[in-house]
Structure formats: structure tokens, C-alpha cells
Design a protein around this ligand. Structure first.
Ligand SMILES: [Zn+2]
Length: 69
């Protein structure tokens, strides 16, 4: 029984990962969670724009850049 669950669990993880990366590709930017006071003092993560690149999209950009070489 347990042996049959492992491929299903792996498939689920792969589907979630692919879905997340697809989501990051379509919507690469997310709102910065920092408070407005921190934005006033210049936020390093979003350069005080309030939006920042998702970690998944950064990963995709990294993979794309690595493939070019
Ligand atoms: Zn910020």
C-alpha cells in the first residue's frame, strides 16, 4: 500500500512545483511585505517600489541564464 503512495506523492510534488513556477512565469511580481515605514527608509528587497520579483521567477531566470552558456 505504502509503495503505491510514493509515486503519487512524487507526482503531486512535481505538479505543485510546476504549477508554482508557471504562476511565477505569468505573475513574476509580488507585493513587498514590508511596512510603509521601511519603504520610506528605502527597502532593499524592492527598492521602495512596493513590488518585487518572486523567488520562483528569479529561479527561472537563473535556469534560463545558465542554459545560454
Ligand atoms: Zn519592500
Amino acid at each position: 500500500m505504502l509503495v503505491g503512495l510514493i509515486p503519487a506523492a512524487v507526482l503531486l510534488v512535481v505538479l505543485v512545483a510546476v504549477g508554482y513556477l508557471a504562476w511565477c512565469w505569468v505573475f513574476p511580481f509580488t507585493r513587498c511585505r514590508h511596512s510603509s515605514e521601511r519603504h520610506f527608509l528605502r527597502c532593499r528587497r524592492c527598492q521602495s517600489t512596493g513590488t518585487r520579483l518572486r523567488a520562483g521567477r528569479r529561479l527561472l531566470n537563473h535556469i534560463r541564464a545558465a542554459r545560454r552558456h
